[in-house]
Design a protein around this ligand. Structure first.
Ligand SMILES: Nc1ncnc2c1ncn2[C@@H]1O[C@H](COP(=O)(O)OP(=O)(O)OP(=O)(O)O)[C@@H](O)[C@H]1O
Ligand SMILES: [Mg+2]
Length: 357
């Protein structure tokens, strides 16, 4: 039977899905159903037996609270796979859950076609790891798409046009700055400073200023509730609980928003520096469009209070957070998969002839 016909039969039987395998959150999108999975990229493993105890939301609750023989780990670091086997298990869980909820029985004929977002500029080895993990997890065909491109598609930007689109995705592990034109990325920067680093800045601050050891989740809550990219008029405070490093005893200290802003300042400036460098590297013909359309922000990190205003001030360009910035990659990847035949023209095929980036 010709390959085309065979593919048609397979697509009829199978469920196509898009996956955003993020450092902080993983999402799965299924055509006609929307986003059906949105969970933290955390896996709890029993170190004694190697057995997986929980994945996603349930595992995140265990972070920092587990007994010593259980580790709640994040299998992705800075957007790339750091623990292959655990990532594979996590993907398997997501793919099976998605297929089950789409009411398709999992079998040889209906193994899904999967598209996965990957950061810009990852190595061939890192790409292969994602592809292999997805195949081992039950995918029939795997396509890869660079995350800023997916985000731009998700934000309904006119990426196929000759004009320039400037997009900055600030996730958990990486910040990706990309200029897109004619469906491709013409300039990009990827830096390993994003949401996680901001949490770490707060942990370091508490340690230095108050000799207080706080957990990652506490730091994240402080960032989300009272953190900001620039000084604010309003005054906010939050109680943070941790362990005093000198006495070893539990302690509660009040932290103010000005302190949090100062703690985050260095990392925020590094993100802005990367944006400025990418602007300098943008081909002049595209700059005019970028100046008119402005900078689009995506990813959870873009929600840091005042970040859009600061970027706009520093670059002298309009800056806008796209709608629903945490889901743009998976939504865009889903649209790309639905239009893979037309989009394939602007995406390069790999040697196996089945993965596009
Ligand atoms: N309101 C908010 N203010 C500041 N930061 C936020 C807010 N909401 C979410 N975040 C941060 O956004 C980050 C997660 O964003 P996102 O889900 O886009 O990352 P990811 O896609 O998993 O990571 P990556 O793209 O780097 O692999 C976390 O660091 C989280 O703390
Ligand atoms: Mg992301």
């Amino acid at each position: 039977m010709p390959r085309r016909t065979l593919n048609k039969i397979f697509s009829f039987l199978s469920v196509d899905m898009a996956i955003d395998l993020g450092t902080a959150n993983s999402l799965v999108y299924v055509k006609d159903r929307g986003i059906i999975i949105n969970e933290p990229s955390v896996v709890a493993v029993n170190n004694k037996t190697g057995q997986i105890l929980a994945i996603g939301e349930e595992a995140k609750k265990m972070v920092g609270k587990t007994p010593s023989y259980i580790s709640a780990t994040r299998p992705l670091v800075n957007g790339v796979i750091s623990d292959f086997e655990v990532t594979e298990q996590m993907l398997k869980y997501f793919i099976e859950k998605a297929a089950a909820s789409a009411k398709k029985i999992f079998g040889i004929a209906n193994m899904p076609r999967v598209i996965i977002g990957i950061p810009c500029g990852v190595t061939e080895v890192e790409r292969k790891a994602v592809r292999d993990a997805a195949k081992n997890a039950g995918a029939r065909t795997v396509f890869l798409i660079e995350e800023p491109l997916a985000s731009a598609i998700g934000a309904k930007l006119a990426i196929q046009d000759a004009g320039g689109n400037f997009i900055v995705d600030i996730g958990g592990g990486t910040t990706e700055v990309a200029v897109i034109s004619l469906g491709g990325i013409v300039a990009f920067r990827s830096l390993r400073i994003a949401g996680d680093k901001l949490n770490d800045d707060i942990i370091q601050f508490a340690q230095k200023e108050y000799k207080l050891l706080i957990g990652e989740r506490t730091a994240e809550l402080i960032k989300i509730n009272i953190g900001s990219a620039m000084p604010l008029k309003e005054k906010n405070e939050m109680a943070m609980r941790g362990r005093n490093l000198v006495t070893g005893l539990p302690e509660e200290v009040v932290i103010f928003n000005d302190d949090v802003q100062r703690a985050l300042d260095r990392s925020v400036k590094q993100i802005i520096a990367a944006i400025k460098v990418t602007i300098e590297e943008t081909p002049p013909e595209l700059l005019a469009d970028v100046m008119t359309n402005g900078i689009y922000l995506a990813g959870g990190g873009s929600l840091l209070r005042g970040l859009d205003v600061l970027i706009s001030k520093e670059t002298k360009m309009p800056c806008k957070i796209i709608d629903d910035p945490l889901t743009s990659v998976v939504r865009g990847a889903g649209i790309a998969l639905e239009n893979i035949e037309t989009l394939a023209e602007v995406m390069s095929k790999d040697e196996e002839g089945e993965a596009y980036t």
